[in-house]
Design a protein around this ligand. Sequence first.
Ligand code: ZN
Length: 481
Amino acid sequence: MRIIISAPDFRDGEADATRGLPDQPLFQSQHPSDVSNINLDLFKDQYYRDLVARRLSGAVQIPTVIADGIGEVGKDPRWGIFHSFTQYLRKTFPILHDRLSLEVINQHALLYTWQGSNPKLKPLLFMAHSDVVSAPESTLERWTYPPFSGHYDGEYIWGRGSEDDKSNLIAILSAIDALIHCDFTPTRTVLVSIGFDEEGGLDQSNGARYLAERILETYGEDGIELIFDEGIAGIEEHFGTEFALPATAEKGYLDVQITIDTTGGHSSTPPDHTCIGYLAQAINAIEASPFTSRLTNKNPTTVYLKIAALHSKNMPLSLRKAILDPSSSNEVLNYMDSSLERRALVRTSTAVDIMRGGEQFLANALPETAYAVVNHRIAVEDSIQVLKDYYIRILSPLTKKWGFSLIAFGNDINNSCDSVGTVTLAGHYELEPSPVSNHRDVRFTWLADTLQAVFGKDVCVAPVLLTGKFMFRPSEDPAAY
Ligand SMILES: [Zn+2]
């Protein structure tokens, strides 16, 4: 789960991100009301579990894949499958569709409104998406059960979207449906927003963008109390202890394209380096200067580690001590750096993913242009600008040495009329790291309370950072839940 709280973000240098954390169970639940008790019993009931599993299975069986090169929504018939999906939801949750209002936006984006009794309170917003990535023909034999079988083996549901993200979608609607059956009416309005093209591949969003515009139009800037979106699914076991891990921040994103242009010529009389050789040197310089790992109070990973050290059952003693001892930060960083997954949580990552240059089957001619694309997931302490400055710092001395011009992100850095080549840097898909939601905010406690009431008080709740593209955020008014 990813949760967005619109509230002041953490500031760099804040004394201690874990200050004020109570002992685990971190957040004491209130006595559950009658409705909660009925629902908690329901969730343990095998019949109900099977019912929700069948709902998810049915959703997985509808292949809501966005085809390659698909045209405009409403014109390309391949979008038609999403009508079937909306119909499926109407058929599966008839009472919910009776009670909640549903606005269909841009043909397939769904915005449900469950009106709260107190219109002065800002709504809660739950988000999910109905599309899934494709399952290419060539991979079909590697599937244990076909990707759109929705096979339910009594424990798992198999197929595309069974986790990402139809599980969220069906869980949200099932929870509301269960509450309606208890005659529950929320005090605060609840919105459910379902996009249909989250998995990408399109130039711009046809779903979430329209939903966001509509929500903004209705509720205004900062008009939502809390946003819940997809993130880490389910309960995970870490150090012999069950953890629920709502993400309170997400790394940023940037692709940097490095293009090197040189004059061509014949391969029989080559210079020492072609543009491909120069590009290799540039890549080598970037890989030789990785971003450093650090654990600051801005990064939710710091809080997660502290909670794990204080409350997990089987953390090795040396690690536990290192995390709890402020003078042992290097040991903690060594631990984080010792796995690729953990390392990605404490630094801006660098991955040289694409390289092209020269003409195929034309080894006689010197290549005139070559480029590489380097993907970065940006740490919460860094920014797009930090990355751009980094590239200039690394590549400026090289281009001077080569006698090349450097055009970095639209600016001439080294430019002389007698340069013999050009290095051009361009940024694509720029996305700053998300703001960091405050785990000490009372609204994080609402969520933690709920998690512990459902999954038990032995479950540790800790905020985490998402390294992919997926987070918890409150607004200003921490009024009644
Ligand atoms: Zn997803």
